[in-house]
Design a protein around this ligand. Structure first.
Ligand SMILES: Nc1nc2c(ncn2[C@@H]2O[C@H](COP(=O)(O)OP(=O)(O)OP(=O)(O)O)[C@@H](O)[C@H]2O)c(=O)[nH]1
Length: 343
């Protein structure tokens, strides 16, 4: 952007220098500032140990040069205003309003010094047609390029944010949604149930004897077992269900539009598929799945309550000998004598 801005900015300045019959010095400096300085600035920033700090210093120098050219042009109105506007837009775009507090004084000082060194020539505000025409490319092309770059940067930031948000919700090892994402799904599924009374089931799955696999065959094999569970879950549930890694060797599935009978069938499918696919190490350590199910009902306080019930069922499955499925007692049954309506 500096190369483009300075190259285009040369045109209105050159038109004023030409009209004012400027010295060879002024022309030399203009050529250096317009064509060589962008490369020098880039090289300085690249080889610096603090590229950001160096680039900020370069921007201050850009502003000072702008102020100096305004004095050289004897304040010719259109080219001066254009130059100052573009420099200001640039600074705000790069570092915000506060950066102007650094570049502004440099700009004014350079302008006054150059004006004084040239013997305070008279101010000539009037811009000729040649000055106006020479200003047009800078006036149109530079803001256009700047807005395209800003837009492209905005898009990149937006894409990266989305990517980050996705990564924040995915478990890296298994590729399944993580607990954070699953908890949100459970919240909204419970809200949906309370609104519409369409059934839903939380399934919690714990890998039995998983520690033995880790201890006997190493963490790499343990990781492979967890990936196997993830594969089995993905292939056993429907699109509308949400399987997730809940943490460690625990997995959760939210079965939408399913009652406990349907959920039991799915759980049985998961349990047996895992036995078929678990691999030799897991089989050697009797690595199986204990599964707890809890159906939504209107006595649930919140999603945590729902998960707690599935968890209790899952621990009963473990206590009952592992490699089995257990279903949470509905508190509805206990509450039935006081309540008159089924959930
Ligand atoms: N390989 C691997 N191990 C993990 C990971 N996360 C947790 N673990 C291990 O998983 C084990 C879980 O232990 P437990 O659930 O208490 O042990 P368990 O052998 O499954 O016991 P039961 O559930 O009672 O059958 C611990 O040894 C953790 O270190 C992981 O990402 N990869």
């Amino acid at each position: 952007m500096r190369m483009l801005g300075l190259a285009l900015g040369m045109l209105p300045i050159a038109s004023v220098l030409y009209a004012n019959d400027a010295s060879a010095w002024a022309w030399g400096l203009l050529l250096f500032n317009g064509l060589a300085w962008p490369h020098v600035a880039w090289w300085l920033a690249r080889r610096s140990r603090d590229p950001r700090g160096t680039e900020f210093r370069n921007l201050v120098l850009d502003s000072a040069a702008g102020g100096a050219w305004v004095a050289v042009m004897q304040f010719n109105l259109l080219p001066s205003a254009l130059l100052l506007t573009m420099l200001t837009v640039d600074k705000i775009g790069v570092a915000g309003w506060r950066f102007l507090a650094r570049t502004g004084p440099a700009q004014v000082a350079a302008c006054l010094v150059v004006w004084a060194l040239s013997g305070f020539p008279p101010v000539r505000l009037e811009s000729s047609m040649a000055n106006i025409v020479a200003s047009l490319p800078f006036m149109f092309i530079y803001p256009l390029a700047l807005s395209m770059v800003t837009h492209a940067l905005g898009q990149r930031v937006w894409r990266q944010n989305r990517q980050l948000e996705r990564l924040n919700r995915i478990d890296v090892l298994t590729g399944l949604p993580n607990r954070r994402h699953w908890d949100e799904v459970a919240d909204s599924e419970l809200a949906r149930y309370l609104r519409s009374r369409r059934p839903a089931v939380v399934m919690l799955i714990d890998v039995d004897n998983f520690k033995e696999v880790n201890d006997a065959h190493g963490h790499g094999t343990g990781d492979e077992v967890l990936r196997c569970v993830a594969r089995v879950l993905r292939s056993s549930v429907r699109e509308i269900d949400t399987p997730a890694r809940y943490g460690g060797d625990e997995f959760a599935v939210l079965l939408a539009e399913a009652d406990v009978r349907g959920a039991r069938t799915v759980a049985e499918r998961i349990r047996t598929r895992f036995l078929e696919e678990r691999g030799e190490a897991a089989a050697a350590e009797h690595c199986t799945l204990s599964i707890g199910l809890a159906e939504a009902d209107r006595l649930l306080v919140d999603a945590d309550d729902w998960v707690r019930r599935a968890d209790a069922a899952m621990y009963r499955a473990k206590a009952g000998g592992r490699d089995r499925i257990d279903v949470a007692d509905s508190p509805w049954i206990a509450a039935a004598p006081q309540e008159s309506r089924a959930p």
